[in-house]
Write a protein that binds this ligand. Structure first.
Ligand SMILES: [Zn+2]
Length: 275
């Protein structure tokens, strides 16, 4: 009888040991699981943070869109200029500020960086309607992207053309009208893209003047512009008008005139790809 009780006690002990072991390993699993959850959640938070900062960065083109024509638009300037310098072209000893503050509307007080983004966004919509893929170098004002970096964004995205949008200022305030800047024929950095850039600049100016009736300030051929010299794709810079001219400044602040400017650029771009 004693032996039987001893056996029962032993068996109960073994049972208790087994149950408590199982329980402890279960808690361990639960702990591991909740740790894994936390790790996963952290990763999700990190991913969200990256997306948020990516918002200020330019578009990256999806592969399937690559069969379409790609146009990179650079809305000139940014909220705060960066006057540290960068080489004006690859391997150049000459340096220029990375990106300047830009003009201010003499009558509207509007900064150039606001006007250029407004017009760029309108042009982007119109181009997308026509089936182009559009890359913007910036979508907000609070960025710091140098002029050479803007050109590199156009290069990186295999853009077919790179259109830079600016507005002018000059004394006296009577100056008004539209000009287009283009790399010069002698520019050693841009010899490969000169012909196409020249064609693009001329077509843009022609159709802009036809659409707006603005004064034709002509083409300005340049070799000192970092945003041209770093570009590997045909490039032109449109000066929409003079922010130093009260009338033109007011006009450029209206939807009606902005739409004319956008129509002009759109027609010039369509012409460029049709020839
Ligand atoms: Zn400018």
């Amino acid at each position: 009888m004693k032996k039987l009780s001893l056996a029962i006690v032993l068996l109960s002990l073994i049972f208790i040991l087994l149950v408590s072991y199982r329980y402890s390993s279960m808690t361990e699993e639960v702990i591991i699981e909740s740790f894994e959850n936390r790790v996963e959640n952290n990763q999700i938070e990190e991913a969200v943070e990256i997306t948020e900062t990516e918002n200020t960065k330019p578009d990256v083109i999806e592969k399937e869109q690559k069969s379409k024509k790609i146009i990179c638009i650079d809305p000139g300037h940014q909220q705060k200029g960066d006057y540290t310098t960068e080489p004006i072209g690859p391997n150049s000893d000459k340096e220029k500020p990375k990106v300047s503050n830009g003009a201010i509307g003499i009558s509207t007080n509007k900064p150039e960086y606001e006007l250029t983004l407004e017009v760029s966004l309108k042009l982007k919509d119109r181009l997308e309607e026509k089936g182009f893929v559009v890359v913007l170098t910036r979508k907000s004002h609070d960025v710091n992207i140098s002029n050479s970096e803007r050109a590199k964004i156009a290069n990186m995205n295999d853009s077919d053309i790179f259109i830079r949008i600016h507005a002018d200022q000059r004394e006296p305030s009577e100056f008004n009208g539209i000009s287009v800047l283009c790399p010069s024929e002698e520019n050693k950095y841009t010899s490969k893209i000169y012909d196409d850039s020249d064609k693009l600049a001329n077509l843009l100016l022609e159709s802009l003047i036809a659409e707006t009736d603005a004064t034709n300030q002509g083409i300005s051929y340049r070799d000192d512009i970092s945003g041209f010299n770093w570009s590997e794709v045909p490039v032109a810079l449109v000066e929409l008008g003079f922010m130093s001219n009260p009338l033109e400044d007011e006009k450029m602040n209206t939807d009606v005139y902005q739409n004319k400017l956008v129509d002009g650029m759109l027609k010039g771009i369509l012409e460029y790809f049709n020839h």
